[in-house]
Design a protein around this ligand. Structure first.
Ligand code: FEO
Length: 424
């Protein structure tokens, strides 16, 4: 049975309501995310004895739904407080109009959100900039019998993101965190359909690049006696809410990294493609060279025989990455680009990287891969190795040296690379 009514807010507790909007027909979010059954833009209202707070708004095109639901439980002149957990337009789209209708409200937002608020409310928005107060962990607002406390949780998934905690009810208004693109008018996690895939898909594409920040946020939120999580998208998590913190912790903790850390090892993953076996020979020699260094575990993968999704897990866990490709029509082979383009969902910044490959005529692939690795903010301490056709004994020795040098960097034994300025 549907819980969401077109004109009514949905009560979460006396004086606490969902006033968001459903978008069941959306099939693409932010261009890149599939949304097989749409999404929701969740906004909330909290009533205290001397003030009403609105927490987040909705995407601009859904403002009418938001305002109808808001008006079903509060008057605009009662609104003293607007909390912005995150200023991305799917949550701030109705903000200019809300500020027009509730001009006396003070805005509370994270320190990092201040600049975004100014950008959002340029003169063209047609509304006077509101009074606002930057808040962080430890700050609270007293609405009269209802206390909002703030938690600084940046990069989940923008610099501005924060969570808001309704102390007396044990409710966490979490912004995008613990959200998902899953639209269901039954609204609560114990009533909607099976949304596990959407929850994990959302994590994988939105939160995963910020894994370290997820773990920091969990440290902040874990001590709370959470009775309900009210995210900015998808079902409201009132049944076993702590399960969702546990699932986030699992997803943010790469299994491979844990296993490897237990042995104090560093990991190097070598990926290659080979048309005639020459780049494969180079990859194998690089692996042999890297294994000369104690404390480095090397994995070798032929991209012709693998699924990219699994490789992303390996790459996230690895300390070093080497990519080998022949040159085809002046470029690296497409599977290399496919794998490298999929790395937008993991944070590879600071890992060590290297490129190598055999070529017939021009050999551009190695330099192009190196450029991409630097673009992803990997450290590339060893000049890429490009060899013409079949590597001879001396060239295979150079491959082993590349592997060994890269491995020395992984264990902290190598000096930084000295650049030959003439080569730049
Ligand atoms: Fe749902 Fe990052 O906006």
């Amino acid at each position: 049975m549907n819980i969401v009514h077109p004109d009514q807010a949905v009560e979460l507790a006396p004086g606490v309501h969902w006033i968001g909007a459903l978008d069941p027909h959306l099939r693409r979010f932010d261009i890149i995310l599939s949304t097989a059954n749409g999404t929701s833009y969740n906004a909330y209202l909290v009533r205290g004895e001397h003030g009403v707070a609105v927490i987040d708004t909705v995407k601009e095109g859904f403002a009418d739904d938001f305002f109808r639901r808001l008006e079903s439980v509060a008057r605009y002149d009662e609104i003293t407080t607007i909390v912005l957990n995150h200023l991305e337009p799917d949550h701030s789209g109705a903000l200019p109009e809300l500020l027009r209708r509730a001009p006396n409200a003070r805005v509370y937002l994270s320190v990092r959100a201040q600049m975004m608020l100014k950008a959002l409310l340029k003169p063209s928005a047609g509304v006077a900039p509101p009074e606002y107060t930057p808040v962080t962990t430890g700050d609270t607002i007293d609405l009269g019998g209802r206390t909002l406390a703030f938690f600084h949780t940046p990069y989940l998934h923008w610099p501005d993101t924060q969570c808001t905690w309704l102390v007396e009810e044990g409710m966490l208004f979490s912004g995008d965190v613990f959200g998902c693109h899953y639209c269901d008018p039954r609204l609560f996690n114990d009533r909607v359909g099976d949304f596990r895939f959407s929850f994990e898909y959302y994590y994988a594409h939105i939160m995963r690049p910020f894994r370290a920040h997820v773990l920091d946020a969990l440290e902040l939120l874990d001590p709370l006696d959470i009775r309900l999580i009210a995210p900015a998208h998808g079902p409201i998590l009132r049944h076993r809410p702590r399960d969702y913190l546990a699932r986030y912790r699992e997803m943010a903790t790469p299994r491979l990294a844990l296993d490897t850390d237990a042995q104090g090892e560093k990991t190097l993953a070598v990926f290659y493609l080979s048309a005639y076996g020459n780049t494969r020979s180079m990859a194998e020699a690089i692996a042999v060279g890297a294994e000369r260094i104690a404390g480095v575990r090397v994995s070798l993968f032929d991209l012709e025989g693998g699924e990219t999704a699994h490789f992303i897990d390996l790459i996230e866990a690895a300390d070093g990455l080497a990519f080998g490709s022949p040159t085809l029509n002046g470029d690296a082979a497409p599977p290399i680009w496919s794998l490298l383009s999929s790395l937008t969902t993991v944070n590879v910044k600071g890992k060590f990287g290297a490129a190598f490959g055999s070529y017939g005529w021009s050999g551009e692939a190695v330099r192009l891969i190196e450029d991409r690795l630097r673009g992803l903010k990997l450290r590339v301490p060893v000049e890429g190795l490009r060899l013409k056709l079949v590597p001879d004994a001396a060239e295979l020795d150079a491959c082993r040296t590349l592997g060994e040098t890269l491995a020395r960097h992984l264990v902290g034994e190598a000096m930084p690379r000295e650049l030959d300025m003439a080569s730049l």
